[in-house]
Design a protein around this ligand. Structure first.
Ligand SMILES: *Cc1c(COP(=O)(O)O)cnc(C)c1O
Length: 378
């Protein structure tokens, strides 16, 4: 039986089949018109994403990491300035800060929600101030598709004269209250890496903001800091544009994103209802519709459990095995004076189950059955 079980961790093929030639046709169109850089599909996609998210400006770029760099550059971040980032996230969140010579200051996450901890953030801000560090901003991360309380973050940011960037690489399509991801922070950044909820067939990213001045700066920064044109360079910028072919693909995928978010929620609900209650899950606030980039649970017996599931044909993945403060490249940066216990605990316990809008009911039942079978053996 296990020889025939093959459940995909993320099912991109089912999505392509569902789109039934639309992607191939849109790529063909770009090949024929030949405007591979900043062709008409780029602006068309940006406009579609503005309409969908409610963000006044969407500026696409080459990837989600560049999106964070562009946001920081538009906010004129300077070397030595401090930006608070959660320790439990993908390295790119802190990398963009460090690459500009600024200082990523690691804040703990809340153990239940996996999102930046308000208490740790408050403590870290106080600590940085006490040390006389020039504090500038906060990057919160919508980890696995869930969304922190940005109102609360905005209040704390205001009291301390800090900007807030939302790293929404994993949450496009999600919502909190009656608002879509893209409007919660001063600047929101996202990624179209293939496995993200809205994925291209290659790299891609975007910056979303209601601030027209910041939007104009980013439009310049993504094309070598251009002024009137790209040979009139007014600031040091980057070469960071979304390929026209990727924009054409994303336009087709954006059309079905709302349905896919609903389908992901169904899969998540079935996991939530059926998994043994002893397994702690990521707690999602009741007003949040997560984009469920990952469905993540926890165990102190991760190695054995994941090996057992793998043998039965159920793939799992660990996001993320090491908190950023323990990575060689980042361990010298400052962190919450009380330590980062939740980030460290989560990194040692979390693992994610197959998640896709196209995971069939049989596959879901299979995952849950095998899960129960393995834990009895442990
Ligand atoms: C994927 C991801 C990024 C980086 O996006 P890329 O497009 O791969 O550069 C940044 N932050 C988080 C939280 C991510 O998951």
């Amino acid at each position: 039986m296990n020889a025939t079980t093959k459940i995909p961790f993320i099912d991109l093929k089912a999505q392509r089949l569902r789109l039934n030639g639309a992607i191939e046709a849109s790529v063909q169109k770009v090949i024929e018109h030949g405007q591979f850089i900043m062709g008409p599909e780029v602006r068309e996609f940006e406009t579609a994403l503005e309409e969908y998210t409610g963000a006044a400006n969407v500026i696409s770029c080459a990837n989600g990491t560049d999106a964070i760099s562009l946001a920081l550059m538009a906010l004129d971040i300077q070397p030595g300035e401090v930006v608070f980032v959660p320790a439990f996230t993908f390295a790119a969140t802190a990398e963009a800060v460090a690459l500009l010579g600024a200082i990523p200051y690691f804040v703990d996450v809340d153990e239940a929600t996996f999102l930046i901890s308000h208490e740790s953030l408050k403590r870290s801000i106080l600590d940085a101030k006490k040390k006389g560090l020039p504090i500038r901003g906060i990057i919160a991360v919508d980890l696995f598709g869930s969304i922190p309380d940005y109102q609360e973050l905005a209040q704390l940011a205001k009291e301390n004269n800090l900007f807030v960037i939302a790293d929404a690489a994993q949450s496009i399509g999600g919502s909190r209250g009656n608002k879509q991801v893209g409007v919660f922070a001063d600047i929101t950044t996202t990624s179209f890496f293939p496995s993200k909820p809205l994925g291209a067939y290659g790299d891609g990213g975007a910056v979303l903001t209601s601030d027209n001045e910041i939007a104009d700066k980013i439009k310049s920064l993504r094309v070598h800091g251009k002024g009137r044109d790209k040979y009139d360079n007014v600031v040091i910028g980057m070469n960071s544009r979304l390929d026209t072919i990727q924009a054409a693909i994303l336009l087709e995928k954006l059309r079905i994103l709302p349905e896919e978010i609903t389908a992901r929620q169904k899969v998540a609900n079935s996991y939530i209802q059926s998994l043994p209650k002893s397994f702690l899950l990521q707690e999602v606030h009741k007003t949040v519709t997560s984009a469920w980039a990952q469905f993540t649970t926890r165990t102190t017996n991760r190695g054995q459990l994941c090996d057992g599931l793998k043998e039965l044909g159920i793939p799992t993945a660990v996001y993320y095995p090491t908190p950023l403060n323990k990575l060689q490249a980042y361990k010298h940066y400052p962190h919450d004076p009380n330590g980062l216990a939740s980030s460290e605990k989560l990194a040692s316990e979390v693992f994610s189950l197959p998640m896709s809008p196209y995971l069939t009911e049989e596959d879901q039942v299979q995952v849950i059955n095998f899960f129960e079978k393995i834990i009895k053996l442990l």
